[in-house]
Design a protein around this ligand. Structure first.
Ligand SMILES: [Zn+2]
Length: 252
């Protein structure tokens, strides 16, 4: 008969199908006789399912790995398993056990990217996609009086459209995109050979000053004004992108 403590210890490995047939049978038998282990098994199984489902959102495994390593009890650590963090870390039973502890303590949620992080990812993906498929503009025009009406009827809001050619940032067109669970307006500007995608959608809450962020080698500046949310995305140098944003803010 397998002891309770031993069975409990083996639960993560059991869930990972890492046990030999004898141990697996013993754990299974114990689960049938011990409500406490049965409950632990169900909890661990459901959290694992959750982790697998959300695995796509784990964008920072190295960061997470560090947190896990720091929180690993010394006697549980198996250094040989933690050297290669680029391998499938979800499969390591001991890691799962520690993840479970983190989930239960609530701290894992801090490591999950926020809605803001996912928006950054979406913005950069959209920017990169617009360059890759050469689909910067649905309406190609430097004339704001052509671009502005083009949005009419395609959106439930009217994005402010200004040309900044005299200031060195010519408007080259506009398009629609789908971001943040809604259709957004995109104005496309250029500075030298660098495209700038300016994403615009309505935002009810108060204005906010421009904030610079970087992701995947691109720079993003976000601000809110006049009931609109703005995101400028480009590979321009940060100071030039700041000049673009400041110039634009004087106009809209
Ligand atoms: Zn038990």
């Amino acid at each position: 008969m397998m002891e309770h403590n031993q069975a409990k210890e083996l639960l993560p490995a059991y869930l990972d199908h890492e046990l030999g047939i004898t141990d697996a049978n013993a754990v299974e038998h114990h689960l049938g006789t011990c409500p406490e282990c049965q409950q632990a098994y169900e909890e661990q199984r459901s959290v694992r399912a959750l982790l697998k489902r959300d695995a796509a959102y784990f964008k920072a495994p190295a960061h997470l790995a560090q947190r896990i390593n720091m929180s690993m009890p010394a006697e549980r650590a198996r250094p040989n398993r933690f050297n290669g963090w680029n391998v499938n870390w979800l499969s390591a039973g001991a890691v799962i056990a520690t993840l479970l502890a983190l989930v239960w303590s609530g701290s894992l949620y801090l490591a999950l990217p926020s809605a803001q992080d996912r928006l950054l990812e979406e913005l950069v993906s959209s920017h990169v996609r617009s360059l890759q498929v050469d689909h910067l503009s649905d309406v190609a025009s430097s004339d704001q009086h052509t671009v502005k009406p083009w949005f009419h009827g395609k959106l439930d809001f009217a994005p402010p459209v200004v040309d900044l050619t005299p200031q060195g940032f010519p408007l080259v067109g506009g398009r629609l995109d789908y971001l943040n669970d809604r259709t957004v307006a995109v104005l496309v500007y250029r500075h030298d050979q660098h495209p700038i995608n300016l994403y615009i959608w309505p935002r009810a809450d108060s204005n906010s000053a421009p904030q610079m962020q970087s992701s995947h080698g691109y720079h993003l500046i976000n601000w809110a004004a006049g009931g609109m949310n703005y995101w400028a995305v480009s590979d321009l140098a940060t100071d030039e992108l700041e000049i673009f944003v400041n110039t634009l803010r004087l106009q809209v």
